[in-house]
Design a protein around this ligand. Structure first.
Ligand code: MF3
Ligand code: CO
Ligand code: CO
Length: 327
């Protein structure tokens, strides 16, 4: 643990000694973290009542993959529609709770209760040991931010990533929310990130390779001079949170798998103002942009249909129900 000291009202010049008393130059010390998201305290894991069905990793934190058909049966698809709807509703309610002053841990507490009220297990909880029920990624945090004691500040942007396990399947969706009064550059980033997701979704059609999705996303990001994160990708989903299908958010000729009706996967582009490269916090979860500039993400769970796609976490009541250009 680390004691956080508040900076003084008047900050030193870059080459002067840091205000914290470390003896190092200010530019080599606290100047580096100015305006950056700092880690807070993480509260103990929240329990889930025994009557809620748990995925296999819930007790051990170990994820042991098994073979799962890429093409789902109509019966599994029906269950995934329900899981998708539940996740979408939780995401919308969570987003409506976002306000300056609320800590991300308080958000986690609220979201945790929303899953339980609906009979869903919060998929992130103990997934590879992840300690919370939702991911909260603020400003330069690309993804997998862990809810903690940091209060949301006026002007922040925060991505909430909700995944629920209900009926033996997962539904995975996320969106980026504005905290109070947000600067125009960040608002543009958030808007374009949502558009990128929808361009990716609209590229989903049977008979076409998965690489069409990344190509569509990358082209739109490029038009706006934004970066596309490469280290984190979309994934197959179903009875398992993450299956072997890989959905790149940039063009990659290796994504040659042909989309077939009944396939289910996520599309979840992370778009950056500056560098698309990341650094990892010591917690081994929180991924931040290497330059500290902001990033935004949107995610839906998608089903490939006979003539295109169905958005399992979209539709009425979703944060991003349909492409903005159709609304
Ligand atoms: N929901 C995230 C995704 O979109 C995964 C979160 S994994 C966790 O794939 F362990 F951080 F929860
Ligand atoms: Co996902
Ligand atoms: Co997600």
């Amino acid at each position: 643990m680390r004691t956080l000291v508040n900076p003084p009202a008047t900050l030193p010049q870059a080459n002067e000694p840091c205000w914290c008393g470390s003896g190092r130059k200010y530019k080599r010390c606290h100047k580096r973290s100015e305006g950056r998201v700092l880690p807070g305290e993480v509260s103990p894991m929240r329990p889930v009542p025994d009557d809620i069905a748990r995925p296999p990793y819930a007790d051990t934190g170990q994820v042991v993959p098994w073979d799962e058909s890429r093409v789902k049966s109509p019966e599994v698809i029906e269950r995934m529609r329900h899981a998708g709807k539940v996740a979408a509703e939780i995401l919308r309610l969570a987003g409506e709770a976002v306000r300056p002053g609320l800590t991300t841990d308080e958000l986690d507490e609220y979201v945790h209760a929303l899953y339980i009220e609906r009979g869903a297990y919060p998929s992130p909880l103990n997934y590879h040991g992840y300690p919370k029920s939702v991911c909260t990624s603020v400003n330069e945090v690309i993804c997998h931010g862990i809810p903690d004691s940091r209060a949301l500040q006026d002007g922040d942007i925060v991505n909430l990533d909700v995944t629920g396990y209900i009926g033996g399947v997962h539904g995975d969706t996320n969106a980026t929310f504005l905290v109070g009064d947000v600067d125009p550059a960040s608002r543009d980033l958030v808007r374009v990130a949502e558009e990128c997701m929808w361009h990716g979704i609209e590229a989903v059609r049977p008979g076409r390779p998965l690489s069409d999705i990344g190509a569509a996303i990358e082209q739109h990001a490029r038009q706006h001079r934004y970066g596309v994160v490469r280290a984190f990708i979309g994934h197959g989903i179903g009875e398992q949170f993450h299956t072997d299908i890989q959905v790149f958010h940039y063009y990659d000729s290796r994504a040659s798998t042909i989309m077939r009706p009944g396939m289910t996967f996520t599309i979840e582009p992370m778009i950056t103002i500056g560098s698309w490269q990341h650094k990892m916090w010591d917690d081994e979860w929180t991924a931040v942009t290497s330059d500290g500039k902001r990033t935004a993400q949107y995610e839906h769970t998608i089903l490939v249909t006979d003539d295109g796609h169905e958005v399992l976490t979209g539709g009425a009541g979703a944060v991003s129900p349909s492409p903005p250009w159709d609304r």
